[in-house]
Design a protein around this ligand. Structure first.
Ligand SMILES: Cc1cc2nc3c(=O)[nH]c(=O)nc-3n(C[C@H](O)[C@H](O)[C@H](O)COP(=O)(O)OP(=O)(O)OC[C@H]3O[C@@H](n4cnc5c(N)ncnc54)[C@H](O)[C@@H]3O)c2cc1C
Length: 373
């Protein structure tokens, strides 16, 4: 007879579910993962593939991001997945942006960031993708890495299955969880601990807890080019002034308000559609671009060409690559609990919801999973 008893059962095979499976399996636990789709097609395969510790505020969240990065390196070495330790460049084209970077850099070393301020010529040497006209300086950070998400997620899955003995059930939507049992309507499994990692599809299990938590969803529009010609390499991942307004690491500095006010005056649509622009390059040589932010439980299923154009408009102010033709566009949705970095709660004895990693799930999941397991 089949043994349906496990130490750990996980609902959802996105990066959060996989990170928990990794942490539990590494401890020698018997782990099973359920995924409602035939393969993971949620936020975890739709993102930039950026592991971005420099965006996390100093303290426990930065520590978690750096620990997560270490685990990514271990997983990449063990599974053979492509991971580029290419670092990041935060580019400044205005005095107000330089002021924020200087304020940040004054405290960065003590806080554990691995950053340094670069003059324009040194920054330009780190990426041929930088628009050097008008560049005032840049913050280089050594900790950022890039993976090819749409390959990395299935590769981690295969690694967990083949090398760590994790059992996967794809095409299996868990519809009921109670008293350490879970079922997909056809079969029942038992586990000592159950983790619900349902990402933005959180309506099926414990809907009342989600509804009462204040969690919301965020839709992001994304674009990518074809593979760049002649093996052209971006070097460090790039971003510019609008990104200062996006990440919590820059939030403590009063100098930020001048940047916010200027962009609000120059182009209010950036704030209206939550546009800031990150530029990454995957293992195929394609450039991944985005993004925008639209919040709500009923985000539009339709993508706006005007928002894509806004992203490209800002991109052209600081970056370029040999082939700028857009080969593909899409959107992704992540859950976000306003004011919180995650949503981890015991739904009933032995059953934990692990969700709400918002725009930092690739950066934070492995570290968070280690803490939770
Ligand atoms: C466009 C975009 C760009 C981003 N860029 C980055 C980035 O570069 N770096 C970064 O750190 N973060 C980034 N993020 C955030 C990151 O992608 C997310 O935080 C992360 O992927 C969330 O992982 P998850 O496992 O919670 O969700 P998901 O990947 O959505 O996985 C949840 C899974 O649960 C499954 N599921 C749900 N309910 C059930 C059920 N009842 N039974 C079975 N299965 C179920 C779903 O089918 C889904 O596959 C980005 C997000 C988006 C949308």
């Amino acid at each position: 007879m089949k043994d349906n008893q496990y130490d750990v059962a996980i609902v959802g095979a996105g990066i959060v579910g996989l990170a928990l499976a990794y942490a539990a399996a590494k401890k020698g636990q018997k782990v099973i993962v359920f995924e409602r789709h035939p393969r993971a097609i949620g936020a975890s395969v739709r993102n930039f593939g950026l592991i971005w510790p420099v965006g996390q505020p100093a303290g426990p969240l930065l520590d978690r991001a750096l620990r997560s990065r270490e685990i990514w390196l271990d997983v990449a070495a063990a599974s053979g997945l492509w991971l580029n330790q290419n670092g990041s460049l935060q580019l400044a084209y205005h005095d107000d942006e330089m002021a924020v970077l200087r304020d940040f850099e004054r405290e960065a070393g003590h806080a554990g960031y691995q950053t340094r301020l670069l003059p324009p010529e040194e920054a330009a040497a780190l990426s041929p993708g930088i628009r050097s006209e008008g560049l005032k300086g840049a913050l280089f950070s050594a900790t950022e890495c890039t993976v090819t998400s749409r390959q990395a997620i299935p590769q981690i899955t295969a690694y967990l299955e083949k090398q760590l003995g994790v059992e996967f059930h794809f095409g299996s939507a868990v519809t009921h969880v109670e008293s350490k049992c879970l079922s997909d309507f056809y079969e029942v499994w038992r586990a000592e601990r159950i983790f619900i990692c349902s990402g933005a599809e959180f309506e099926t299990l414990y809907p009342k807890i989600f509804r009462e938590s204040g969690i919301t969803k965020c839709k992001l529009q994304m674009l990518r080019t074809a593979a760049q010609p002649n093996g052209w390499e971006l070097g460090a991942s790039l971003c510019a002034g609008l990104t200062l307004l996006h990440y919590a690491s820059f939030a403590p500095f009063d100098s930020l308000s001048a940047v916010r006010d200027r962009y609000a005056q120059e182009n209010p649509d950036f704030a209206r559609f939550g546009v800031h622009v990150l530029v990454s390059q995957n293992s195929f040589g394609e450039i991944i671009l985005g993004d925008s932010h639209e919040y709500g439980w009923d985000v539009s299923p339709f993508d706006s060409e005007a928002i894509n154009q806004l992203i490209l408009q800002y991109l052209r102010s600081f970056a370029r690559c040999p082939d700028m033709e857009i080969a593909e566009t899409w959107h992704g949705v992540y859950p976000k609990l306003p004011g919180q970095a995650d949503f981890v709660v015991e739904a009933e004895p032995g059953v934990w919801i692990v969700n709400g990693l918002s725009g930092a799930g690739m950066t934070m999941s492995f570290g968070l999973a280690e803490e939770v397991v």
